[in-house]
Design a binder for this molecule. Structure first.
Ligand code: SF4
Ligand code: SF4
Ligand code: SF4
Ligand code: FES
Length: 572
């Protein structure tokens, strides 16, 4: 590919042939204003705000659709260019309602931003205003076509990103507007409510219904994190106000999904985190009933019963099923608890349920959102990869290091100050068989609901009811938790720092946005339980857990939060 040399505002720049003037300017830190351009969409040159002066050309071309040529001399801010941009903004304002005082998008609206920057207060053109009805015929998207600047980004997002063609320009001339085919309501179209059109809309024409009146955009803190609904591991921003997640918006700075999200990630996350079905306190079974208890009472009881049972029947009378949805740090700590504190390799997780036909995940699916969109919930849990990587396997320590290899064990034994059994433990299905045969007496199930998700639900139920002691640690009172002797409430991904590993083995950061709803992060609960059982784990932050894991695991030896923070890190 040839290289083209040109000059922009007196600075020389070399870029590959085919680069546009706007992109070339960006490379040397010159921002050209734009409304219809987005690097993730095809360029159409519709709004003309990105015009520049190019020596030798009579008109002011749109820089987003003009390719560089050798020796080109570009000026991005001559008085002529600035005047022309002002006129473009004035023309846009001529039939714009300028409702900024109450507009949901103020703070993120590009029209308001550029009008401010160019000192455009109102339009000298007394244009006719549009009077369209504001449409909110669905639970997710509000459409105010009075504010639409006809940039067409939503149309391109729908067809190029989502792969749908739900919306297009309808009518002509002054009446032109964006609408589903035949100008039907969105709710009568084939729209899947991914909200990708909303994410690209530069103004207040499209907005998220769930965030209406919940705060001005600049008051909604942005916490960049990784979605928890499936193993794609999309990045987005949780928007937070007064300690509550009020919504989700796209954060294009990532290597996985750009601005694109699905309905569950964008519109289901908030209601999942703040579901009124979340467990907020531990529960202890008293006289056959689960009743609320303090963390201390619950953890004391778990510590006491697990100590008694493993003393009486040996450590292999205990088994643990790990989550495939919590963070790597929590899974690492959980298998460490099982191996170092209890002294067994009876730990496993459900393998690849997404490939089985029986998998359902009601507890994790936001019902109203999923039902509305008719979403099939057959997807891999978000940290299935991490569960294996972190050693939630009966035969392997983190990084697939076999537990029957003496030199592997020796490394962990030295680091953890315990001895680790050399024979592989029970896998999930063996656990249930052993429980039925009464060789297994106690189980700890972290963030998993086998009574619902296992293909053989009846067997699981009879196995679990056969145990002397069952602990379930989860976000909701699931069918499995309902059978437990102690239920520990789990914190969601929004309530902790950590990492998830997606289905392409990209380890990505999860960042704490709000305080844990059950008042304890999952890793803190495991640390507390360990110390009640006489084994101290000293971590102040999940980063320390990750660092310990990496130091003992060749696969992740060079992984650290600092690098992961950027765009995640991929193994191998
Ligand atoms: S879309 Fe932008 S310019 Fe229009 S009312 Fe909203 S904030 Fe103001
Ligand atoms: S929500 Fe998604 S499917 Fe519906 S119009 Fe917008 S981009 Fe298209
Ligand atoms: S609705 Fe938004 S994204 Fe779509 S054309 Fe109008 S201003 Fe552009
Ligand atoms: S950004 Fe170039 S024409 Fe709109």
């Amino acid at each position: 590919m040839g290289i083209v040399k040109l000059t922009i505002d007196g600075k020389e720049v070399q870029v590959p042939k085919g680069t546009t003037v706007l992109e070339a300017a960006e490379q040397i830190g010159i921002h050209i204003p734009r409304l219809c351009y987005d690097p993730d969409l095809s360029a159409v040159g519709a709004c003309r705000l990105c015009i520049v002066k190019i020596e030798g050309m009579r008109n002011l071309p749109a820089s987003c659709v003009t390719e560089v040529t050798e020796g080109m001399v570009v000026h991005t801010d001559t008085p002529e260019v600035i005047e022309a941009r002002k006129t473009i903004l004035e023309l846009l304002l001529a039939n714009h309602p300028v409702d900024c005082l109450t507009c949901e998008k103020l703070g993120e609206c590009l029209l308001a931003k550029y009008c401010y920057e160019y000192g455009v207060l109102k339009s000298p053109f007394d244009g006719e205003k549009r009077h369209y009805e504001i449409k909110a015929d669905n639970p997710f998207i509000v459409r105010d076509m009075n504010k639409c600047i006809l940039c067409g980004k939503c149309i391109r997002a729908c067809s190029e990103i989502t792969g749908k063609n739900i919306i297009d320009f309808s009518y002509r001339g002054f009446k032109t507007r964006v609408a589903p085919f035949g100008d039907t309501p969105l709710s009568e179209s084939e729209c899947i409510y991914c909200g990708n059109c909303v994410a690209f809309c530069p103004v207040g024409a499209l907005s998220e219904k769930q965030m209406l009146n919940l705060g001005r955009r600049w008051n909604l803190k942005k916490v960049k994190t990784t979605c928890t609904f499936c193993s794609t591991g999309c990045t987005f921003d949780l928007r937070v106000k007064d300690g509550k997640v009020v919504g989700v918006t796209s954060n294009p700075d990532n290597a996985v999904n750009g601005r694109a999200l699905c309905i569950r990630g964008r519109f289901g996350t908030r209601d999942f985190i703040h579901s009124d079905k979340r467990l907020t306190t531990p529960l202890i079974r008293r006289n056959g009933k689960l009743v609320p208890a303090s963390w201390d009472e619950a953890l004391d009881l778990v510590a006491e019963r697990l100590t008694e049972i493993t003393k009486q029947y040996g450590p292999n009378s205990f088994a643990a099923i790990s989550t495939t949805r919590f963070t790597n740090e929590e899974i690492y700590l959980f298998q460490k608890f099982v191996r170092a504190v209890i002294g067994t390799n009876n730990i496993d997780h459900y393998p690849s349920p997404c490939h089985g036909a029986m998998y359902r995940e009601e507890s994790y699916c936001n019902e109203s959102v999923c039902e509305f969109a008719g979403i099939a919930t057959l997807r891999c849990p978000n940290n299935l990869q991490g569960a294996s990587d972190m050693g939630a396997l009966s035969g392997a320590l983190p990084g697939y290091q076999r537990v029957d290899r003496q030199e592997v064990r020796a490394k962990y034994e030295e680091a953890w100050g315990v001895s680790i059994p050399g024979e592989a433990g029970l896998n999930v299905s063996e656990m249930f068989e052993h429980a039925i045969k009464e060789n297994l007496k106690a189980m700890y199930i972290l963030g998993e609901n086998p009574v619902l998700s296992d293909a053989n639900s009846e067997k699981v139920q009879s196995a679990l009811t056969n145990l002397e002691f069952l602990v379930v640690h989860d976000l909701f009172l699931t069918e499995t938790a309902a059978l437990a002797d102690v239920v520990l409430p789990a914190a969601s991904f929004a309530e902790t720092d950590g990492t998830f590993t997606n289905n392409k083995r990209r380890v990505q950061r999860v960042r704490k946005a709000i305080e844990p709803i059950p008042s304890k992060a999952n890793w803190q609960a495991i640390i507390n339980l360990s110390s009640k059982m006489g084994y101290q784990m000293d971590y102040q932050h999940p980063e320390q857990i990750f660092a310990e894991m990496a130091s003992l695991t060749p696969l992740f030896a060079h992984f650290n939060y600092k690098e992961i923070d950027k765009q995640g890190m991929v193994w191998p």
